[in-house]
Design a protein around this ligand. Structure first.
Ligand SMILES: NC(=O)c1ccc[n+]([C@@H]2O[C@H](COP(=O)([O-])OP(=O)(O)OC[C@H]3O[C@@H](n4cnc5c(N)ncnc54)[C@H](OP(=O)(O)O)[C@@H]3O)[C@@H](O)[C@H]2O)c1
Length: 277
């Protein structure tokens, strides 16, 4: 790889145990000589990632905590200061995709959990860690939102809301700290990772085939994210489906969501049908 501004930097990355986060850790460590501090809850998967880095495993350390809890971030930021970890870059990647469903079918607890993991975790991490990130000459924050932040689809009310909130906060904070900190926002479209496990047994083979068809490979998505970061792109929309949602929403506004609902109804897929019942 050619020289890049984030070579040899110290990176804090949430959601390191799986999917996009795990892939990004591997590339930052192996290709860019970064020291990565990963955060997630599943220690077995984090340890597996560390071991897979072989002779570079010392470049990866991890902390296991739930990112949706404010006190965990307060405690972690104390550790960062005490251990003099001096992070340059924060990547907020941890997230969940709640079951595809109609709004009133979610309990308020499920809605709270999704907002806390997908949005409040980023608000807390930025509030706790920005002061120390800003001390770096290469200060950077990258938030992984979703194409759902650009155009809301039926069945994704709380997911779309959490990612749109993250987009809004990121856009405002970027303006406030322009020149002091590079702040990027990534809006990936469907990507082949474990995030769909939450859909459980309800995801029938027809739906799976559609998902597979429109989804971007995780490998490719990570390439795009790191390439976007390399040129310090602020808005990163990746994946054909994400581009369609972005352009569709800009041109058609709510008609884009409505047209998507029509396609979902016509598809005959059970996963979508229950949203309109
Ligand atoms: N895959 C897609 O189609 C897609 C599309 C658009 C946007 N995105 C976004 O991309 C990001 C990464 O998703 P992915 O597809 O890579 O999903 P994934 O494979 O399910 O990975 C999610 C990661 O988030 C961590 N996580 C979830 N809840 C957490 C919590 N409460 N505390 C700490 N860590 C937590 C998980 O770790 P533990 O379970 O070990 O805690 C895991 O490492 C998410 O923000 C997602 O919304 C994904």
């Amino acid at each position: 790889m050619n020289n890049c501004w984030y070579d040899n930097k110290t990176v804090i990355l949430t959601g390191a145990s799986s999917g996009i986060g795990r892939d990004i850790v591997e590339r930052l460590v192996k290709d860019h000589g970064c020291r990565v501090i990963g955060i997630a809850r599943n220690e077995e998967r984090l340890l597996n990632l560390k071991n897979s880095l072989a002779d570079k495993s010392d470049c990866f350390t991890y902390y296991t905590f739930d990112v949706s809890v404010k006190e965990n971030w307060e405690k972690f930021s104390e550790t960062v200061k005490k251990e003099k970890l001096k992070p340059d870059i924060l990547i907020n990647n941890a997230g969940i995709l709640p079951k595809f469903d109609r709004f009133l079918n979610y309990t308020t607890e499920e809605l709270d959990i999704a907002m806390h993991i997908n949005f409040y975790s980023c608000l807390y991490s930025m509030h706790c860690l920005m002061p120390v990130i800003l001390e770096s000459d290469s200060a950077a924050i990258v938030n992984i939102a979703s194409s759902a932040a650009l155009c809301s689809l039926a069945g994704t009310s709380v997911y779309s809301a959490s990612k749109a909130a993250l987009k809004s906060m990121t856009d405002a904070v970027r303006e406030e700290y322009r020149g002091d900190c590079y702040i990027g926002l990534v809006c990936p479209g469907f990507t082949k990772t474990n995030i769909f496990c939450n859909q459980g047994a309800s995801i029938e083979s027809k739906a799976q085939k559609v998902m597979d068809f429109i989804s971007t490979d995780c490998d490719r998505m990570c390439n795009l994210i790191l390439k976007g970061m390399k040129s310090k792109r602020e808005d990163m929309v990746f994946g054909v489906d994400a581009h369609l949602m972005s352009v569709g929403n800009k041109l058609l506004g709510t008609v884009c969501s409505h047209a998507s609902s029509a396609v979902m109804k016509l598809s005959g897929i059970d996963l979508f049908a229950k949203v309109f019942k």
